[in-house]
Ligand binder design. Structure first.
Ligand code: PBG
Length: 333
């Protein structure tokens, strides 16, 4: 054939391929989500093989392992004792609660590791919602934001570096920014869950924290989070959310879930100059683990290809439960 362009010329050898490779993965791209509980033992999480609920003591070792693999940020999620859950979730700003204690311990032992937190009421709410549910069954916006601000300040006081509001209440980024600044935490950053969809992919996470919406009290409880998390059918709305978060002072924008929303990552990358994070959520993790356990896919190859897809779409950072495995594969090849 008489061809001028032969794209295969640059695919001929591994050396040539590495020269023209557009994207790559680094351990410092990863944010490693970790679950912590009050129990005495490490508890495996059923639908998330390899992920555990750590005790504060054992958490330190796991975070050290992540650091040694090149990971520079972790995010903490608490499994709160049922006895501490209330309708307003006030345990979220208990300065002596599980998360503030875990942060203090980590910052004492591994001060260099970036500690990110999650801001929302669901792990602390007996109703399993990210906000306070009214007696009519409405998730209240402005009342919730007040609680979120107190939660963020308590986390910052404990030593958190990045505050991650995951609740999707309107105006929460601006309000949290103001509260942090008022209390002298202008150096603490906000990584907002900007485009967080009302997704079925969060199932295993809600099992890990026992935090799914449920009718614990007598009032009507919305069965899902669709009055505050975004409709999976919407893309333009993600841009509105991004503009608002940016105006309100967010430092990093996040898209969640990741894999089914690569188009949203791509669109936010076009719209904003801020760093963008993708959350490779629990359901995405569980599907890969299940297929790998059955021998149906090559776990390492599938995970690295998936993580690379987030970078290609435009993400700078990836929250992923595969973080340590992936970092190890990147080192060992
Ligand atoms: C809590 C929160 C959720 C996740 C992160 N923060 C669950 C939810 O919104 O119901 C999900 C993470 C995952 O599935 O890996 N607001």
């Amino acid at each position: 054939m008489d061809l001028t362009y032969r794209p295969r010329r640059l695919r001929r050898s591994s050396a040539l391929r590495s020269m023209v490779r557009e994207h790559s993965l680094h351990a410092s791209d990863f944010i490693y989500p970790l679950f912590v509980h009050e129990g005495k033992n490490i508890e495996p999480i059923g639908a998330m093989p390899g992920a555990n609920r750590w005790t504060i003591d054992t958490l330190v070792g796991e975070v050290q392992r992540a650091w040694d693999l090149g990971i520079r940020c972790i995010v903490l999620f608490p499994k709160v004792d049922e006895s501490l859950k209330t309708e307003d979730g006030a345990e979220c700003f208990n300065d002596n609660g599980l998360i503030p204690r875990a942060i203090r311990r980590l910052k004492k032992e591994l001060p260099e590791m970036t500690v990110m937190t999650d801001v929302a009421l669901d792990p602390y709410s007996c109703d399993g919602h990210d906000g306070i549910v009214s007696s009519q069954g409405v998730v209240l916006n402005d009342e919730t934001v007040e609680f979120l601000c107190r939660q963020a300040v308590v986390q910052a006081q404990a030593g958190a570096d990045l505050i991650g509001p995951s609740d999707m209440m309107d105006g929460r980024v601006g309000a949290i920014r103001e509260s942090l600044d008022d209390d002298g935490f202008e150096h603490v950053g906000i990584i907002s869950y900007t485009a967080k969809y009302s997704s079925a992919y969060y199932g295993p996470f809600r099992e890990a924290l026992d935090s799914a919406p449920r009718a614990a009290s007598k009032k009507p409880i919305p069965k899902d989070k669709s009055t505050y998390q975004m409709d999976p059918a919407n893309a333009r709305e993600a841009i509105t959310e991004a503009q608002l978060d940016e105006q309100e002072g967010s430092d990093i924008l996040m898209v969640k879930p990741g894999l089914a929303y690569l188009d949203i990552i791509y669109r936010l990358r076009q719209e904003s100059e801020l760093p963008i994070a993708a959350y490779n959520v629990s359901g995405e993790f569980a599907m890969v683990k299940a297929a790998a356990e059955k021998g149906w896919i090559d776990e390492k190859a599938v995970v690295l290809e998936t993580l690379l897809s987030f970078k290609r779409a435009g993400a700078d950072l990836i929250l992923t439960y595969h973080a340590c495995d992936a970092a190890e594969w990147l080192i060992k090849g």
